[in-house]
Design a protein around this ligand. Structure first.
Ligand SMILES: [Zn+2]
Ligand SMILES: [Zn+2]
Ligand SMILES: [Zn+2]
Length: 202
């Protein structure tokens, strides 16, 4: 798919669905930071977790998010497109972003969808972590907000002149050189661990 820096994808014939497929990035970022803050506040206020547990499980949840981000990007967003249905879904979820990387309203799922995912994760992680779910899911949602922020910044702004520049370089390689490496957006951690770091250009 050749990247195009002008224009946008038409995802649905239906104009209402088409409109709903566009999301201003500030909306999900604010929603998920608010929910993450609320979970920590609720968990501590009602003594489900203490402050130390909140901090520890928050970072665990954030780490878990970075793995989910990596796996979803590698195996769902870049799934094989050997049937017309899979090709349609791949384009809907992610292919449109590779064709129009600078279309800023298609960098996040519609909040209705991501809130449903967040609720499902809350119930799954409640089964695994019990009352610590308040810390874990707060970290998970904060991780998602950070991912959205980094992804937006990388596509919308020039790279900064500090070490954060590596995030810009990493994601440009994924878009403009090889879409089968550099799947991590908010950090290259899982690319290191799971062997999808880009080969050093020399
Ligand atoms: Zn991107
Ligand atoms: Zn991609
Ligand atoms: Zn792709």
């Amino acid at each position: 798919m050749k990247p195009n820096h002008k224009g946008r994808a038409r995802l649905f014939k239906n104009p209402v669905l088409e409109k709903m497929s566009r999301t201003h990035i500030a909306l999900p970022i604010s929603i998920f930071i608010a929910i993450a803050t609320g979970l920590i506040y609720y968990g501590i206020t009602y003594s489900f977790i203490n402050v130390i547990e909140a901090i520890g499980f928050f970072f665990l949840g954030w780490l878990i998010f970075t793995l989910i981000e990596y796996l979803a990007h590698r195996y769902v967003f870049h799934m094989s497109t050997d049937t017309p249905l899979k090709a349609r879904l791949q384009y809907l979820f992610h292919g449109n972003h590779h064709e129009f990387p600078k279309d800023k309203d298609r960098l996040a799922m519609p909040p209705i969808v991501s809130i449903l995912y967040a609720s499902a994760f809350f119930f799954i992680f409640k089964l695994i972590f019990g009352q610590f779910v308040f810390g874990v899911v707060a970290g998970l949602l904060f991780g998602y907000a950070m991912y959205l922020f980094v992804h937006y910044a990388v596509h919308a702004y020039a790279p900064p002149k500090n070490s954060l520049k590596t995030l810009w370089v990493h994601h440009s390689i994924h878009h403009y050189k090889d879409p089968h490496v550099a799947y991590g957006v908010s950090s290259p951690l899982w690319d290191y661990i799971l062997g999808t770091m880009p080969k050093k250009a020399k």
